[in-house]
Design a protein around this ligand. Sequence first.
Ligand code: AMP
Length: 530
Amino acid sequence: MTSKSISLLTTVAELRHYLAQFYIQLNASGPKFRRNNAFTKIGFVPTMGALHLGHLSLIQRARYENRLVIVSIFVNPLQFGPAEDFQQYPRTLTADARVCEQAGVDVIFAPSAQELFPMIALNGPVTQVVPSSQLTERLCGQSRPAHFQGVATIVAKLFNLVQPQRAYFGRKDAQQLAIIQRLVADLNFPVEVVPCPIVREVSGLAYSSRNAYLTSAQSQQATVLYRSLQQAKRAFYSGCRDRTTLITTVEQELATTPDIKPEYIELVDPTMLTPLVEVEDTGLLAIAASVGSTRLIDNTLLHNRKPIVAIDGPAGAGKSTVTRNVAKALGLLYLDTGAMYRAVTWLVLQSGVSVSDQDAVAELVEQCQIELLPTSDANTPPRVVVNGQDVTAKIRSLEVTAQVSAVAAQPAVRWALVKQQQRYGSTGGIAVEGRDIGTHVFPDAELKIFLTASVGERARRRQQELVTQSIATISLEQLEQDIEQRDRQDSSRSIAPLRKALDAVEVNTDSLSIAEVTAQIVTLYHQQFS
Ligand code: AMP
């Protein structure tokens, strides 16, 4: 989080002036700072306001990955049809500004419609961006014919104004995401589109600004959308890949709540949006339905790959042992991120580079190739190979242990290793633990767990460990203080802060054995995926 105050800008001129100042300051801060890939970028989150936890997840991700975070709040008249809720759409700028400020946003850009589209009020011509009809004619495009043209136009306009290097979009609006990705590719916008997972209420209902229109009974009824997608997902993971069965599964579940009126249930390719007869690689199962006069959408991605299990939590919650056991029980690869940091540390030490020379370390890590090679015996951890050399034993040396924290704390090291970890995860089938695995490294992980334990319990476990290792005993009180302090540091640091992903399942391990915790996670996995 930044301590700097947030800027609320409402005109194009103010935004341009702000950005010009930002680049002047950036250039003045020297080449070293500019080169650091992770922190010289502008991250942009376009929204229509009435911010909720779905928006917040995009903002948090942008905050994590960029030096400057800009959130736009603009209810775009072009994307509403004549009979739609443009006038009624919730506008809550004061509350939104508070959310953004707390999340460390640098700039809110909240122009008026008059500022961005002065021609509309004069009934004059407005240039618009027309996405390919192949992407707009199906799904929501059937009932909202001009909607995506309005979306593409405002996004193109905001990209031109903000000139971000990264822009964050929710998977909740899957058709919108596909259209924006196509827009960026076809018109060569120099922007990386970052898709973010759907965030849901505990009931399963996806957060939406339009949920404000629902009565509490309707909110309850609307949870059937998620349940129907989950049913289909279970069918998918138990081997059903064909369109008819998947769509029928959703239909049957939706039919259990007669007040929900489906508009469409579709299975399409997530990029081309063309209907799929069968899911070969990835399918997008999408629903639009009404409850009363409110139209809701939801969807799920069906990946033809083994799931990723991401386990986060504070130190001392038992993450590494549990994750190892979960991987073994489920036949997943245990992605030992700690071993990867150790491998880089070994490389730094043996190349003679000083650990504190961040530039030299950055160069080494950018060029290094780490492989984790599973052994044939499930009880033996994977072999660790760096640039072709087997370092499995070497990375456990005292020298590496003493330096690994200093190396792992460097932004460039984290940046490079997170990319390597994500490559490992691209084919699924891994269990991985850490502090920001579900929030940052694998935000699309199919199962996210947040392991916790009370401070008292973690102190007691640590004391037991020290006794077992015959290390001088430290009082419980002292251990509790140390743990509290570490928790504070872990949650507030700018690199890999400890945070529970909004879609993670929390498992409190107080009074549970490692075997019991493992069994709980394995059960959760089987409930969803088999
Ligand atoms: P909106 O304000 O509705 O235009 O949404 C702004 C951005 O937030 C879009 O990229 C949406 O996909 C995203 N978003 C909205 N609801 C959610 C949600 N429940 N989970 C994740 N992203 C969301």
